[in-house]
Design a protein around this ligand. Sequence first.
Ligand code: PEP
Ligand code: MN
Length: 339
Amino acid sequence: MIINMIPGATEEQINHIVERIKECGFQPHLIQGAERTVIGVVGKNRGRRNEVEALRAAPGVEEVIPIAQPFTLVSRELQPERTVVEVAGVRIGGPEIVVMAGPCSVESREQLLETARSVKAAGANMLRGGAYKPRTSPYDFQGLGVEALGILKEAHEETGLPIVTEVMGVEEIEAVAECADMLQVGARNMQNFPLLRRLATVPRPILLKRGPSATVKEWLLAAEYLLSGGNSNIVLCERGIRTFETETRNTMDLAAVALVKELCHLPVIVDPSHATGRRSLVPAASRAAIAIGADGLMIEVHPCPERALSDGPQSLDLAGFTDLMNGLRRPLNRFVAAG
Ligand code: PEP
Ligand code: MN
């Protein structure tokens, strides 16, 4: 439920509502807008909903809106203004499209530094690179772990690009948070609830990828875990879902991007590399993502994709990424009215 206070509601009136919400067994979340205060009522205590609804009659309350969706804090009903997430000076969700680029996995110092310099020169805003890799087979390259974190740090120091890298388990959070500016929750971990609960308490923005078979509702509820636990710097990432189609690695669900932007105030980016699995489709898919309103892109780039230890077929080479950025330049002026 959402309680809209009247413009000019007094502190005393607001405090009274906050106290009543707590007495009814819910948690209040205050959003102080320029004009008015809106209070989100969160919790699963269904028994005393009526008492909260009765606050409609309390002084200073304009309306009490029961919300149909199971999520609250991520909802635009609670916060109509878009959230802008800042990652070490890069603003995601504002007027500019943000491009995160880099290899699927950090494989060596040379590979990462060469990629970092090149994607920076081409106009990327952030550097990606996996240190801990979620691989389908236990026999595949699993990532360089701590060594990769050191290499990412060095690339950041040299290029100034903020780093985004995946954290797979609770036990890695501390080490990853020390080197990364943004922590990525991979598709396979979208519903790893203990991980989400811990990440909610970490003072780093989170990139939350959509699970390969997650509905939009499940994805937004995963984000709700992070917000309700105290972390509101969340960026969502559509990376393709599993369908009957096998010609592409996944099916890029662009309608979901537009839908999520309608339902939710958080920024949404698209990863056309994992969504298509094919290098040749990445530039067109990137343009489509921006056209539908995505706030940014995550693109896999490797100096020599044929030698990549993971995801070579979907990785652009350095020249390919530069071409993609040049091709995006016009749409970067956003030809779609922001929703
Ligand atoms: C990745 O970004 O390299 C990755 C493993 O992505 P996803 O979790 O979307 O599969
Ligand atoms: Mn990958």
